[in-house]
Ligand binder design. Structure first.
Ligand code: GRF
Length: 191
């Protein structure tokens, strides 16, 4: 069974969607650990409710390289095969990316390469595009630049606000992440 390490910083709704897909038997994986760099992240409460191994590791005031070394230690101890970034709001050091080369996934709320970086939904809204969406991609050392695994389109409706658009994108994220994860798992070398 593929072991997932999930990194969050907040709400954790994508983490929940992954967990629920596993529970429904739609994703052959197990959550080996959940780590939040924000100690009071709501997603940690969900992990606790479902008895998933969770770690709160406050990144405040810790140098990125040192923090990432601690992250790598926890993920290795948990024998993680794939790392899933799910609203993890901290850049990863090259050291971390090399430690899990080709085995880190991220979800981003736009059709990459359009609108990388923060506030992707607001960027799309301001650009008045007719269609935006979400992307699951492998993580490389750039900002939201790694190879795309899967995307879902979401129309921007005339009556949309940034909030209504973000909510519709999020619904698609919850469907897309488990699906893209299943594709990434199927492509993993058999051990
Ligand atoms: C999502 O919109 C995701 O695309 C972005 O951060 C948000 C995280 O939401 N990377 P959640 O914590 O999974 O609810």
């Amino acid at each position: 069974m593929t072991r997932l390490g999930i990194l969050i910083s907040g709400r954790g709704s994508n983490f929940q969607a992954i967990h629920q897909a596993i529970e429904r038997g739609e994703l052959a994986a197990e959550i080996a650990c959940v780590i939040s760099n924000v100690p009071d992240a709501a997603g940690l409460g969900y992990a606790q409710t479902y008895g998933l191994p969770a770690h709160a590791l406050d990144s405040k005031g810790i140098k990125r390289a040192d923090f990432d070394t601690r992250l790598i230690g926890i993920l290795h101890d948990a024998k993680v095969d794939l790392v899933c970034l799910a609203g993890y709001m901290r850049l990863l050091s090259p050291h971390f990316i090399q430690a899990f080369a080709g085995r880190i996934l991220n979800i981003h709320p736009s059709l990459l390469p359009a609108f990388p970086g923060l506030d992707a939904q607001s960027q799309a809204f301001a650009a008045r595009v007719k269609t935006t969406g979400c992307t699951v991609h492998f993580v490389d050392e750039g900002l939201d630049t790694g190879p795309v695994i899967a995307q879902a389109q979401v129309p921007v409706l005339p009556a949309d606000t940034v909030e209504s658009l973000s909510a519709r994108i999020l619904q698609q994220e919850h469907l897309l992440y488990p699906r893209a994860l299943a594709m990434a798992i199927a492509a993993l070398p058999k051990s």
